[in-house]
Design a binder for this molecule. Structure first.
Ligand code: PMP
Length: 364
């Protein structure tokens, strides 16, 4: 007799970026001495407008949130130029991945995605007793031709992280459109666009345009550009019938009222978004230049993080960085054992990382 879900035997639990407090406890360093460049968070902090909205909302936390999130929906719908019935909010886009899998597939069905992509697709699919099939990346990019060929009668969902975490590479408009034309009518394609606001290239697909004519769900988040990772709020954009499915699956009060108020304010904080974009784009160029000077191999990224080659062992490199009080992310769990993923920080944080890199290279 099994007391637990046997599917869990094949699941490796998600390991998040190491928390600052944990390293402080283990190392004796103070939290202020530690630099975390491991979870693709916003180095500028949260949107100031979101912080003010939370302060205002605090006195109302005796009440349940509006389970339809009407005001928030109206704000986001206006910004994206779509109807409110196309939106569903979640406790981070993580929760929406679970809702999508529960709403659009059954036990035994297949969920398709790539190897070396966001690990939650596989974990959540398997926990829900779905089969997970991962297609290898091609030159560290999603190989949509091979993914389309791998679709079987059992396939119900395809997850595409765009830009991809952890590689920072992206699927172009042409590739996405060619792919959608090949997809059978019982398959839903999810474009997970957690890093969409950091993209500055014209060939990136405007997926909002696909919602009407294809089985497409887009996932976005307030965790990255808006700096609200700790609050847990993301959303799905899809056609109204699909949104209804997600609304049936989700818990009625899945987003807390502080998160909803913060997101509603943050969406109007254009100044903060612009400031964050400018910092990330400027620092990305700075880091690329330095990596070329030092002779470090990296993968050009469309997001706010960079995959860097540190062969022979990313975990050894991670440990050496930790000793210097710098938290990055080793990539062996993603099948990329020669790489680490660096979240782009403030200029001072990036300088500290480069200094650490030099120290590690000299000690070799
Ligand atoms: N999708 C991708 C591709 C991500 O990288 C992340 C965050 N690491 C998420 C989804 C989850 O984000 P959220 O904080 O909204 O749950």
């Amino acid at each position: 007799m099994n007391i637990y879900n046997r599917a869990l035997k094949t699941v490796t639990p998600y390991v998040a970026g190491k928390p600052i407090e944990e390293l402080a406890r283990e190392s004796g360093l103070s939290a202020k001495q530690i630099i975390k460049l491991a979870s693709n968070e916003n180095p500028l902090g949260p949107s100031p407008m979101a912080v003010r909205a939370i302060e205002k909302q605090l006195a109302g936390i005796n009440r349940y949130p509006d389970s339809n999130y009407y005001e928030l929906k109206k704000k986001v719908a206006t910004k994206l130029n779509l109807g409110i019935e196309s939106l569903v909010f979640g406790n981070g886009s993580d929760e929406l991945i679970d809702c999508v899998i529960k709403g659009f597939s059954e036990p035994g069905n297949e969920v398709l995605s790539a190897k070396s992509t966001f690990l939650e697709y596989e974990i959540i699919a398997k926990v829900n007793n779905r089969k997970f099939k991962a297609i290898g990346l091609k030159r560290l990019r999603y190989d949509l031709d091979s993914i389309a060929k791998a679709i079987t009668k059992k396939t119900r969902l395809v997850f595409i992280a765009n830009p991809n975490n952890p590689t920072g590479t992206y699927v172009t408009k042409n590739e996405a459109e060619k792919f959608l034309k090949k997809i059978p009518s019982e398959v839903v394609v999810v474009f997970d666009e957690a890093y969409n606001e950091f993209v500055d290239t014209g060939s990136f697909p405007d997926t909002l345009k696909y919602v009407k004519n294809y089985n497409v769900i887009i996932l976005r988040t307030f965790s990255k550009i808006y700096g609200l990772a700790g609050l847990r709020i993301g959303f799905a954009v899809t056609r109204p019938e699909f949104a209804e499915v997600l609304n049936t699956v989700r818990q009625p009060f899945n987003v807390n009222s502080l998160a909803a108020a913060a997101a509603q304010a943050a969406i109007d904080d254009y100044e903060f978004v612009k400031k964050t974009q400018e910092l990330i784009w400027q620092e990305k160029e700075f880091l690329y230049k330095k990596f070329i000077e030092i002779g470090i191999k990296f993968i050009p990224s469309a997001a706010n993080f960079i995959l860097i080659e540190v062969a022979p062992s990313s975990e050894a490199f991670f440990a050496k960085m930790l000793k210097l009080g710098i938290i990055v992310r080793g990539m062996s769990a993603y099948g990329l054992k020669d790489y680490i993923r660096l979240t782009i920080g403030t200029h001072d944080e990036n300088l500290a990382f480069l200094e650490g890199l030099k120290t590690i290279k000299e000690k070799k």
